[in-house]
Design a protein around this ligand. Structure first.
Ligand code: ZN
Ligand code: ZN
Length: 347
């Protein structure tokens, strides 16, 4: 019914196509959902945002591919975010397909399904207080109203994606590469088959949000109210970048923007970017700063005064992830006795 919005189906060759599934009200625009042919029917890599127009785009796109939602054999999810996992439940209902995800992200999905919204608000209140956020930023969290947020009841996967192993796909060689950082259970999928256009390198890599051609993915804390482990997501991410760089795929098929050839060059750019950012943050920490104060002073895509409320929370999380990394590297430390805790650079 929305053929004009069904979007182009792009054929990447070798039994791989992509559909541009829109993300409503989001500057990213769309998720690239990949359709991989197997001997038991098409398998999707990610599904897109749970929204009627997105669903229609996915369904129309599959029809344009000569198949249908009902024919889908399985769903492989790169990570639990709603622009990737949102429509998985509907696809499973319509087709009986299995859904596969890394266990660390499945754990996030399980907790999200079980958690009451109040728990999230109390967690955020405590966290932002500890990060030094001003009272006017925290106050709205103390009077939570019931909200129907998308992604509050994400589909529980049926299968684990096991790092290093081939997925059970008839007639295809698709290996799971665990790439934590953007989320704890993010995976890239390495299609270990000759590139259909004979590009040099080793097969093709479905990179999810881990490796994108023109943007750096958000790396914040993993934000798990039920897990007090002091994680180092930025350290995880940098390690994961090196891991996919070493695979040397002939082409990267990311979940946003567009495919690109030279994974190693993009990995180098991102490593350089993060190294420069850590150096800049260390310079800011010549004076003691709370995570909130650091976020205010960091460079964003617009001035801090113009960053909306929700994005400020994401920015603080990103500042905290960078502080964790600097502390772990011995390049910064918490000022003893500071409350809220402030950090200072070490020479
Ligand atoms: Zn994501
Ligand atoms: Zn995404």
């Amino acid at each position: 019914m929305t053929s004009s919005q069904s979007g182009p189906v792009h054929d990447h060759g070798g039994g791989v196509r992509s559909l541009r599934v829109p993300i409503p009200d989001n500057p990213l625009g769309h998720t690239l959902v990949y359709v991989v042919d197997t001997d038991r029917g098409p398998v999707l890599i990610d599904t897109g945002w749970d929204d009627p127009e997105s669903w229609d785009t996915l369904a129309d796109g599959l029809t344009a591919c000569g198949t249908s939602v009902a024919e889908i054999h399985g769903v492989v999810i790169t990570h639990h975010h709603p622009d990737h996992h949102g429509l998985s439940g509907r696809v499973r209902e319509a087709s009986g397909a299995w859904i596969a995800m890394h266990a660390a992200d499945t754990a996030v999905v399980r907790r999200t399904r079980e958690a009451r919204p109040e728990r999230w608000f109390s967690y955020m209140t405590a966290k932002l207080t500890a990060a030094g956020a001003p009272e006017e930023h925290i106050a709205p969290l103390r009077t939570p109203r019931p909200r129907a947020l998308p992604g509050l009841s994400p589909a529980l996967p049926d299968r684990d994606i096991v790092p290093g192993e081939l997925l059970d796909l008839a007639g295809r060689r698709l290996r799971a590469i665990w790439t934590p950082g953007h989320t704890p259970g993010h995976v890239c999928l390495h299609l270990e088959e000759t590139h259909p256009a004979q590009l040099p390198g080793h097969g093709r890599l479905f990179s999810g949000d881990h490796l994108l051609p023109g943007i750096t993915p958000h790396i914040g804390l993993y934000e798990d109210p039920d897990d007090a482990t002091v994680t180092d997501p930025l350290g995880d991410y940098l390690d994961s970048l090196e891991r996919v760089g070493r695979l040397a795929p002939a082409e990267v098929l990311p979940a946003h923007q567009h495919p690109f050839p030279d994974a190693a060059a993009r990995v180098r750019e991102l490593l350089t970017h993060h190294e420069a950012r850590l150096t800049a943050l260390r310079a800011l920490l010549a004076e003691p700063l709370t995570p909130w104060q650091l976020a205010e002073r960091m460079e964003w895509n617009r001035p801090w005064e113009q960053i909306p409320y929700g994005s400020r929370n994401i920015a603080v999380s990103e500042a905290e992830a960078h502080l964790r990394r600097l502390v772990k590297l011995g390049r910064a430390e918490a000022v003893p006795g500071s409350e809220p805790v402030a950090y200072i650079a070490l020479s």
